[in-house]
Design a protein around this ligand. Structure first.
Ligand SMILES: [Zn+2]
Length: 145
């Protein structure tokens, strides 16, 4: 697992064994508490760092506010439910759903990527100023699937 130092924003890679324990940042020396889970705030998944939950939005546990690191912009990370990790059809549908949305020029918010890192499958979308509409669109069922 990788996560971000709150102070210097360096990426820190650790073994999952020490989750929840304090650790010194290699770059700035700040004492950090290691995120509790592999999808907690500050965890880095691929090009995205998970943000603190947004207040007053009743988000499902599979939809996380995030920040795209390389382009330095807000994003949504939608996780595939890990329950379906061994279900190939489900994984393919999850990938195809993101591709179909990317091809659909009218789909908002715009998809950024669909990827897998350490057995976490996720879709990422741009995050703009209309969180309620964006959440509804991301979580809506695609009738073609
Ligand atoms: Zn640091």
């Amino acid at each position: 697992m990788r996560f971000q130092c709150e102070k210097c924003h360096s990426a820190i890679a650790i073994d999952d064994i020490v989750m929840g324990e304090p650790l010194g940042c290699d770059s700035c020396g700040e004492i950090l508490v290691i995120p509790e889970t592999t999808t907690s705030p500050r965890v880095i998944i691929n090009d995205f760092v998970i943000c603190e939950p947004l207040p007053d939005l009743n988000l499902p546990h599979t939809l996380l506010p995030a920040r795209q690191i390389t382009l330095d912009r807000p994003a949504w990370v939608r996780l595939m439910d890990p329950e379906y990790i061994d279900d190939n059809d489900w994984v393919i549908d999850f990938i195809y759903e993101a591709r179909a949305r990317a091809k659909d020029k009218d789909f908002q918010p715009r998809p950024i990527t669909v990827a897998e890192e350490k057995m976490i499958y996720f879709q990422a979308y741009e995050r703009g100023d209309s969180p309620l509409e964006e959440i509804d669109a991301i979580l809506s069922m695609d009738p073609d699937l």
